[in-house]
Design a protein around this ligand. Sequence first.
Ligand SMILES: Nc1ncnc2c1ncn2[C@@H]1O[C@H](COP(=O)(O)OP(=O)(O)OP(=O)(O)O)[C@@H](O)[C@H]1O
Ligand SMILES: [Mg+2]
Length: 265
Amino acid sequence: MEQPVIEVNRANVTFPTNNGPFTALSDVSLQIQKGEFVCLLGPSGCGKSTLLFSVGKQQKLTSGEIRFGGQPLHEVGAFHEKVSIVFQEHALFPWLTVQDNIQFPLKVKKLPDKLAKETAEHYMQMVGLSAFRDRKPSQLSGGMKQRVGIARALAMETEVILMDEPFGALDAQTRSALQEELIAIWQKERRTILFVTHGIDEAVFLADRIVVMKANPGKIKEIVPVELPRPRDTTSTEFVEYERRIKSLLHYEIMSAQRAGERPA
Ligand SMILES: Nc1ncnc2c1ncn2[C@@H]1O[C@H](COP(=O)(O)OP(=O)(O)OP(=O)(O)O)[C@@H](O)[C@H]1O
Ligand SMILES: [Mg+2]
């Protein structure tokens, strides 16, 4: 078996709170292969973002380790050249145009101007925003803003892209259009994608493997490989069967997370 791009080994993350330490991630182990599309799915508060940000080096583990290409994270030089992140709240610069938002990190990376421009152009076209290149974020729809965020992450040309509910705030139609675009781009460019979502249908549509998590403390409950050909037909019996299976895995977790939340402190 090939060396995984990302290896999470027995990761724990504990936060100090007024009621004492709170375990957000407990004994999480996960391996992700190059080019894989992996979705993290689970109830609110089960540690999806914490796990994603730990992989993105933005959250320190309390114990355990994460390796990137076989190396401990802290030893990976120029990490920002290997991993990019797309947030739910498309963190765009409001004063920059679409083109400049996509180009900005390339300038930071000190890419020569011409190359930065060509690269931004390529990905701007890929997400269908060329006609809007001169607009500011405030002049774009939510879906367009997400496209800018995705184009910016793609333009970094990192091996791994981390996405935290990037389509969470969009209407169903825009979301489904962007899911299809993302898969088409991923099939063309073969990046490794770790994608957080609340949506069962979204996970079954996108993922090679779905990491189903549970809350209190945040743990992996089960990893479900989705063995469906692409492009996936969301109306097929097999697709619906995956949805049903994952829903029943999650149902129990959502109920028990709610019960824990209702308990008086
Ligand atoms: N800095 C912090 N201090 C204390 N607790 C925290 C901190 N960050 C996160 N938590 C807690 O850790 C748990 C996991 O949080 P996390 O944001 O990873 O959940 P999530 O699965 O991404 O949830 P959601 O689906 O709502 O985004 C939550 O219970 C949260 O309250
Ligand atoms: Mg989250």
